[in-house]
Design a protein around this ligand. Structure first.
Ligand code: ATP
Length: 569
């Protein structure tokens, strides 16, 4: 690109120079018909033809390289963005500022990086062209060069000012743009379409979208009108300059100070010089916007990521199980504690059920246990080793967890199970084993393509599953990780009917013998089967024991159990 850009910068001047030689050779041939001037004129025409061909080849090659580079660059930038995102902690994703940068960096990744390259090279080409034009024009008159540059100055200043304004405008509109994008997602995304239709949200979404658009449009219009009006009037200065220089060149030709060939060359160079200035200005304007993107991209890439310190893969007290020691936790940016002073021991082979009202902190407990967040104070030990000391992969191998909002991947049924263990993602025999354990096998085998049935709406012939069927898939996913000795189910069975849930939990318990099984459920018929139950309220453990003990105690658990049981009588 560098070599081609330099060539593209120099060639126009060379073509203009040869053009002058042609005119002069033609005039010489007319005045001396018998001389060799015919041959000379013909020779210069051939040279110009070759130069024009070179110019065309250069332009083609630049376009080709830009297209090739565009794909490579956008892939590269996408990977940079993705690697950073994968290294970030969950809490950072929940930080609106960081997430905003991530979304914006991703949005423009396919087009903006190549536009940066294009603008830089366009500017270099304009400067090279101007230097070569200047070098030739200066031999006619240094004033011509000075006029060319000076006439470009007002337009340059105006362009800088308006580009600066555009830059500020972009900054200002970014949160508004994000709101607009969200509305577009809600209105058009297949996940939202049911509610949007049934609640008649369409007109409301469109109105909000239009209101934001009108606001942004007014600001855009003001900027564009200013930019173009000033551009036109300042452009007139350029035209006036062109014709004054034109006049002086014509006068010089009449006075025989320069040849006719030189006259055409100088005029061509001056005109092209003005075009080079316009192209350079456009590049500078574009670079302001590129700069905005770069600042967002680099801000995002510079986001500090906490290095997980742990490298250990075994604890000092094997078979010690899990211990929560005075664990308290507050979500980043939140004033209130979601968990307070949690002390809890879960021994290997034990099944533990966690119950509590909505928002009491049950899922948060699991998020800390799976190290998605770090405790604000206190510590969690696995086999006597602080969770923070465990290596990422060792911990991942030990814990299998399914959250209530597990992901419905638009992949094959088998792959939806396979995600439970990325190392065996495509291992069909593992899918089958896990499906049997998760009690999903019967319905999967009744599907037309069995484990190879495509799910979701994104791809052709994708099938829809019921809520309960999806949950069976999610359960099977939990059983993919055969090495895991801690299995956690955070309400993934709520869409199953009560008898199926009870069966599932019974089988879950049998299959997790010798392992730690943790279950969150609002169904007491299932909860009662656990070896031990804890009741969480306002982020604290308020009761613990097995079903019989808690019923005898007659406190919160007994009360909640009776309320639910009376509903079935
Ligand atoms: N990502 C988050 N950022 C800030 N606060 C959160 C976040 N997730 C949960 N909370 C808050 O933490 C508290 C505990 O939430 P948690 O999800 O643990 O409740 P839960 O007991 O699992 O509830 P449910 O039974 O409804 O699933 C709630 O007050 C909730 O608003």
């Amino acid at each position: 690109m560098c070599i081609l850009t330099l060539a593209a910068g120099v060639l126009p001047a060379a073509i203009a120079y040869v053009g002058a030689k042609i005119v002069d050779a033609v005039l010489a041939a007319i005045s001396q018909p018998d001389s060799t001037a015919h041959g000379t004129a013909f020779g210069w025409v051939v040279v110009e033809g070759l130069l024009v061909a070179c110019m065309a080849a250069t332009q083609r090659a630049v376009t080709l390289l830009q297209h090739l580079l565009r794909g490579q660059l956008s892939q590269h930038v996408f990977e940079m963005i993705a690697k950073k995102a994968l290294a970030m902690e969950l809490a950072q994703f929940e930080d609106a500022d960081i997430y905003d940068k991530l979304v914006r960096a991703r949005q423009e990744a396919p087009t903006r990086p190549i536009s940066i390259i294009r603008h830089i090279f366009a500017l270099i080409q304009s400067v090279v062209s101007l230097c070569t034009f200047g070098a030739i024009l200066v031999s006619f008159s240094p004033w011509t060069v000075a006029t060319l540059l000076l006439c470009g100055l007002p337009a340059f200043l105006a362009e800088s000012k308006f580009s600066g304004d555009a830059f500020l405008l972009h900054r200002w509109r970014s949160p508004e743009g994000r709101k607009q994008l969200y509305l577009e997602n809600v209105a058009l995304d297949d996940d939202h379409v049911k509610e949007v239709k049934l609640f008649g949200l369409g007109p409301l979404l469109l109105k909000r979208h239009r209101d934001i658009y009108s606001n942004l449009y007014a600001a855009d219009k003001k900027l564009l009108v200013g930019r173009n009006t000033w551009g036109f009037f300042l452009g007139l200065i350029g035209t006036a300059a062109l014709y004054s220089v034109y006049a002086s060149i014509v006068m010089a030709a009449i006075a025989a100070q320069i040849t006719l060939g030189q006259m055409t060359m100088y005029l061509m160079l001056f005109r092209q010089g003005q075009s080079a200035i316009s192209a350079g200005l456009a590049a500078v304007g574009g670079m302001y916007e590129d700069n905005l993107y770069l600042s967002i991209l680099f801000d995002y890439l510079r986001t500090p990521v906490k290095q997980r310190s742990g490298a250990d893969s075994v604890g000092p007290m094997q078979d010690d199980g899990i211990r929560f020691e005075k664990v308290s936790f507050r979500y980043p940016g939140s004033e209130e504690f979601a968990l307070v002073d949690i002390d809890l021991r879960i021994k290997p082979g034990e099944s533990l059920a966690i119950v509590g009202t909505n928002g009491s902190g049950k899922s948060t407990l699991i998020k800390l246990l799976t190290r998605l967040y770090e405790p604000t104070s206190g510590r969690i030990l696995l086999d006597g080793l602080d969770l923070q000391e465990w290596s990422e992969s060792a911990l991942r191998d030990r814990v299998g967890v399914i959250f209530q909002d597990f992901v419905h991947y638009n992949w094959l049924v088998g792959e939806n199970i396979g995600v439970g263990d990325a190392d065996y993602f495509e291992d069909e025999s593992r899918w089958r084993e896990a499906a049997v354990k998760g009690m999903a096998a019967p319905f999967i085998t009744s599907l037309p393509s069995g484990y190879r049935t495509q799910l979701g709406k994104w791809f052709r012939s994708g099938r829809q599953l019921s809520g309960g069927q999806w949950q069976a898939i999610a359960l099977a996913r939990a059983f993919m990780r055969t090495r895991a000795d801690i299995l956690v189910l955070d309400e993934p069975t709520s869409a199953m009917d009560a008898s199926v849930e009870a069966d599932v939990f019974e089988s879950f318990r049998e299959r997790s013998l010798g392992k730690i099984a943790i279950l969150i459920s609002h169904r007491f018929s299932t909860v009662r089967m656990a070896d031990r139950i804890i009741v969480v309220e306002g982020g604290r453990i308020v009761e613990r024991g097995n079903h019989d003990e808690l019923m005898r105690a007659g406190e919160r658990y007994a009360r909640l159990f009776s309320i639910q049981a009376s509903g079935y009588r």
